[in-house]
Design a protein around this ligand. Structure first.
Ligand SMILES: [Zn+2]
Length: 230
């Protein structure tokens, strides 16, 4: 029996359209009724106070529009959605208010802060960052926080899969991934972040739910469904 139902809550790590598509005004509004839990700094893009810039500030991206209800989060805040614990850790750089979420002290959703190459994690793609130095600085802080937990934590990235190995995940976070260099390409990865030719709706539907969960920054939470996603 299919237990999947429209979700009630979403946790976008940041406002980029590939992470917010299902709640954008001009989309099919797959998650129309979801309350969005988003960082208060990140929300300034959505209000129009700040514009998203890439390629060293040379290009502005279109403003992302959403009418979903929002709850604004602060750095260090811990919230509960039903019985699910969510710790909010600010890691700016890719965007000014990018939030990383540690769920139940077990799953770290890093969004677009870490890029896994074949030999470990790097600071995310340089060309898409607002500020690469800031990213490196806050990733060092994130590493301290996460390692300080002294727990087994799964690191789930936005575009390059996941890892149970914290040393691997944080290995090169003082270096920024240059998307023009194949050095950062992982030939063993099941999904190639460089080649999006297979990134079709049909292909996405073939993925198992678990795979979809891993590469989805908007972490949808529904109490009734929890047994089926944990
Ligand atoms: Zn992004």
């Amino acid at each position: 029996m299919n237990t999947w139902r429209p979700s009630e809550s979403g946790l976008p790590t940041h406002q980029d359209t590939d992470h917010m598509g299902a709640v954008e005004r001009d989309s099919k509004l797959l998650f129309k009724h979801a309350t969005l839990y988003i960082g208060e700094i990140e929300n300034r893009y959505l209000t129009g106070e700040v514009r998203r810039k890439v390629f060293r500030g040379l290009y502005k991206l279109p403003k992302v529009q959403t009418d979903n209800k929002k709850v604004l989060l602060k750095e260090g805040q811990i919230i509960y959605i039903h019985d699910i614990k969510i710790e909010c850790i600010l890691v700016p750089g890719h965007t000014w208010g990018h939030m990383v979420f540690l769920i139940d002290d077990k799953y770290l959703f890093t969004g677009d802060t870490i890029w896994f190459g074949a030999d470990g994690g790097y600071s995310f793609l340089s060309t898409l960052a607002e500020d690469n130095k800031l990213s490196v600085q806050f990733l060092a802080r994130l590493k301290r926080i996460v390692k300080g937990k002294q727990r087994s934590i799964k690191v789930i990235t936005g575009h390059t899969g996941y890892s149970d190995d914290l040393d691997f995940a944080f290995k090169h976070i003082d270096k920024v991934c240059n998307p023009l260099s194949k050095k950062f390409y992982n030939p063993g990865a099941p999904y190639d972040g460089y080649d999006e030719s297979d990134d079709s709706e049909e292909h996405a539907r073939k993925k198992t739910f678990y795979e979809n969960k891993n590469d989805c920054q908007v972490f949808y939470v529904s109490c009734q469904q929890r047994g089926s996603i944990s």
